[in-house]
Design a binder for this molecule. Structure first.
Ligand SMILES: *Cc1c(COP(=O)(O)O)cnc(C)c1O
Length: 382
């Protein structure tokens, strides 16, 4: 083991993302107790900023769970589903499948709406299965395939009904349009290490009044004590002890979320778009093409590119890793077929992707890749 400073690493994965410099600085603050007034003041600011990020109603309850995005997913089913409930889950990739598995473990009778890999779930298919359903659950941006599901349209179907809508906002909230109140979402969650470039370990959630009412009407307590909505409210609203929150991760998350709101959601959305377009312009002549056929179904924050014919996926990625560049391939059925380039948070910046372009030129013996990339970004404020 060496204790010399680590080399700068180029992290282009679809989460975790490179830490925001303000998150790094905040992480190193001196420790405070989880019941310290200063920590509660920071928590209040986090709650207010999360309302802005998710676009909630003014008084919507928001909080950080002490765990990663999957805990955000699990807490939704654990608190809002009871044995025998009918839950409709949209499954067009591995995170949708994870939702279905969790709902089942909490006693739901799960109906599934599927779509072929690389395609969005169809709104008509959801509409056809709605009768008698207590909750619909959908992944907004399916990281495993780079597909954006039609959340506003699915939400529209549920208007005026008492079916709850749970949305996995892990690859969207903070970087893509998200309008919890306007759309009518009841439970949303993400992970700190995705669009906000904070360290992994806290999961920001937002819970609608309707969802809290459903929770309050449970016949039995949730089996997941750690994330019981009432326990969350004890700590986040009543400032009572529930469990020791990871205070240093709260510091870092607070700074990263503030940085995102300071930059502005529209600027961030444009940054993702411009970066995605420049990467495609640079790589298209090498034979990379979009994996998701319909343009409207492409998730801007996870760029899924089909690999060129005969491309040595594992070999090239290993060679890139030796140069301190991490790129993620496909998952399950898309393994060896695609790359999934992360454009969340601080990954969506020119410098790390220029490093990839330069390395690919070298490894593939190609010219002009980095020049095409720079040209596509010329004059673009990213
Ligand atoms: C990463 C991810 C998760 C799971 O988050 P973890 O932090 O790995 O637990 C859930 N849903 C989506 C869409 C993701 O991309």
């Amino acid at each position: 083991m060496s204790d010399s400073a680590p080399t700068e690493h180029v992290l282009l994965t679809p989460g975790p993302t490179p830490l925001h410099p303000r998150a790094v600085a905040a992480l190193l603050r001196p420790m405070l107790g989880h019941m310290d007034p200063e920590v509660f003041a920071i928590n209040d600011e986090i709650q207010a900023d999360l309302r802005t990020m998710y676009g909630t109603a003014p008084d919507t309850f928001t909080a950080l769970l002490s765990g990663t995005g999957s805990l955000g997913m699990e807490a939704g089913f654990a608190n809002l589903v009871e044995s025998g409930d009918e839950v409709l889950v949209c499954v067009n990739g591995s995170f949708g499948a994870r939702m279905a598995e969790m709902a089942e473990r909490y006693g739901a009778r799960v109906r599934v709406v599927t779509a072929p890999h690389g395609q969005a779930v169809r709104v008509e298919d959801v509409a056809a299965q709605l009768s008698g359903v207590q909750m619909v659950a959908v992944v907004h941006g399916e990281t495993s395939t780079g597909v954006l599901n039609p959340v506003p349209e699915i939400a529209q179907l549920l208007r005026g009904t008492d079916t709850l809508l749970t949305v996995d906002a892990v690859t969207t909230a903070g970087m893509q349009p998200f309008d919890m109140q306007g759309w009518g979402v009841d439970y949303a969650y993400t992970g700190a290490q995705k669009c906000l470039s904070a360290p992994p370990g806290v999961a920001p959630v937002a819970i609608s009044e309707r969802a809290l009412a459903r929770f309050a009407a449970r016949r039995t307590p949730t089996p997941l004590w750690y994330c019981d909505f009432e326990g969350l409210r004890d700590y986040w609203s009543r400032r009572a002890y529930h469990h020791t929150v990871p205070v240093n991760l709260h510091f870092a998350f607070h700074a990263a979320l503030r940085a995102a709101l300071d930059e502005g959601m529209t600027v961030r959305q444009r940054r993702v778009r411009e970066m995605g377009a420049a990467i495609q312009t640079a790589l298209a002549p090498l034979g990379f093409s979009p994996y998701v056929q319909r343009e409207a179904e492409r998730l801007p924050t996870v760029l899924a590119l089909r690999l060129p014919e005969g491309f040595d996926d594992a070999g090239i990625r290993a060679a890139l890793r030796r140069r301190e560049i991490s790129v993620t391939g496909g998952l399950g059925p898309t393994a060896g077929l695609i790359w999934r380039l992360g454009l969340m948070g601080e990954a969506a910046r020119p410098a790390p992707y220029r490093a990839l372009m330069t390395a690919l030129e070298d490894l593939l013996g190609e010219r002009g890749v980095a020049a095409r990339f720079d040209e596509a970004l010329a004059g673009v404020p990213v």
